[in-house]
Design a protein around this ligand. Structure first.
Ligand code: SAM
Length: 277
């Protein structure tokens, strides 16, 4: 079809291309190239260094799964931390849980938050909520400086390049463990099982070395490489696969449900092989 196409090179040998309607915003921040474009298939899209972060069409899958599986595993979560996640989607889902008293977002790049507020109101809407605190800092430093503070820590990061490299390191997971309360749980986006199997294997092992419970779960996100996406969880006490989901709050979700919660831990053999030691 005629028109302007945006292409992201997802790996050195594959890419995704979308027919665009408009470029809404483009700037170079202190940390990265930041763009918001409008596309025919996925609606508005946030790009960092040319990499798709989130889109209006499919963001619900990622944000619902990164938040609700862990939150519904906990008995009475009060304090949550999102590391990265400047678009606000994870925060929007967290504050749907009535037990949450405070949700803290630690984003390194202030402009991601500001631009998301302006161009992606459907995703960033929760950032206005009085329970939400926004801190502009490096998540690695923040986590290191807060011991026994959070019931939930979500690592909603960019791919492991630039300032996000340390968010995939064992040392960071050890400080996440320390920053969690006694029954705390942590979840991180951990990339594609088709193209990042070695990373997933290493992260899963690191988390398993540190946390009594380590789990990998899957969700389908069409704009991420390969479509099938992994999340790695570390829990101090509760097994998210065994969570009692009979009394969860009304969440108004489009992907997450108690059935999907359980199903997300059913791994195809090729994914089981990735985390087999
Ligand atoms: N859902 C997205 C994905 O999987 O592509 C991630 C979205 S969110 C926009 C990622 C955010 O992590 C970016 O805004 C980036 O600035 C932030 N980030 C990267 N490294 C960070 C760090 N060390 N501390 C805090 N935020 C960080």
């Amino acid at each position: 079809m005629k028109g302007l196409w945006f292409s992201e090179l997802q790996t050195p040998s594959i890419g995704i291309s979308c027919l665009t309607k408009a470029t809404l915003h483009s700037e170079k921040t202190e940390y990265q190239d930041l763009m918001v474009i409008d596309t025919v298939a996925f609606g508005r899209m946030l790009l960092l260094d040319g990499v798709i972060q989130t889109t209006i069409k499919d963001e619900f899958v990622y944000h619902e799964m990164i938040a609700h599986v862990a939150l519904n595993t906990l008995k009475n979560p009060k304090r949550a931390l999102v590391v990265g996640g400047g678009d606000g989607g994870s925060i929007r889902e967290i504050i749907k849980h009535p037990s949450i008293e405070k949700a803290t977002l630690v984003e390194i790049d202030r402009r991601v938050v500001e631009v998301s507020k302006e161009y992606l109101p459907e995703i960033s809407v929760g950032l206005q909520n009085p329970k939400v605190e926004i801190i502009y800092d490096d998540g690695i430093k923040h986590v290191k400086e807060h011991k026994n503070t959070y019931d939930l820590i979500i690592v909603d990061s960019t791919d492991p390049v630039g300032p996000a490299v340390g968010l995939f390191a064992k040392e960071f997971y050890a400080s996440v463990f320390e920053a969690l309360t006694d029954e705390g749980i942590f979840v991180a986006q951990t990339e594609s099982p088709f193209f990042e199997d070695q990373l997933i294997r290493r992260v899963y092992k690191d988390v398993k070395d540190i946390f009594p419970v380590a789990k990998l779960m899957l969700a389908n996100i069409p704009t991420y490489p390969g479509g099938l996406w992994t999340f790695t969880m570390g829990s101090k006490k509760y097994d998210p696969e065994q969570a009692d989901l009979s009394n969860i709050p009304p969440l108004n979700t489009k992907y997450y449900s108690p059935e999907v919660h359980k199903a997300a831990f059913v791994l195809p053999p090729f994914v089981q092989d990735i985390i087999k030691y």
